[in-house]
Design a protein around this ligand. Structure first.
Ligand SMILES: [Zn+2]
Length: 140
């Protein structure tokens, strides 16, 4: 499978998500944690879905998780993704209790139930992506 050809659109953060992408550019996976009820949430949003508080702190995530679901995207796809397809898309359940849509690090194919860890994949000076690889501490 091919990963990230140059013409694939890259994420542009806005509002709360801009800070998520900014942390990734600095090499850290951070998640929002509600200051009132301490629930961690993802994707980033301005209010807590549990208690409604707008107070939150960006906490460093462990990056550890498990592949929750997996699918392979085949053509036809949008023209920007034509060189990438087929590619694998994953939902990873992070140990902080949130789900994150992601992809395997280049050259990997992962299966449901595998222990994984997030690696910050630098695309260019403006964008870094939270991809996953097999956890080095997982029994195999
Ligand atoms: Zn809350």
């Amino acid at each position: 499978m091919t990963q990230f050809p140059a013409k694939v659109p890259i994420p542009v953060g806005s509002g709360d998500s801009a800070e998520f992408w900014s942390w990734l550019r600095s090499g850290e996976l951070r998640l929002q944690r509600c200051d009132a009820c301490k629930v961690v949430r993802h994707p980033p949003q301005p209010t807590c879905a549990s208690c409604g508080s707008t107070e939150r702190t960006w906490v460093r995530a462990s990056g550890r998780g498990e592949v929750w679901s997996s699918t392979t995207i085949f053509p036809p796809v949008l023209p920007e993704f034509a060189d990438a397809a087929p590619y694998q898309a994953l939902v990873v359940h992070l140990e902080e209790g949130v789900f994150m849509v992601t992809q395997p690090a280049p050259g990997l194919e992962l299966t449901i139930g595998e222990a994984v860890e997030v690696v910050v994949h630098v695309v260019n000076d403006d964008v870094a992506l939270p991809l996953v690889r097999r956890s080095p501490t997982a029994a195999s």
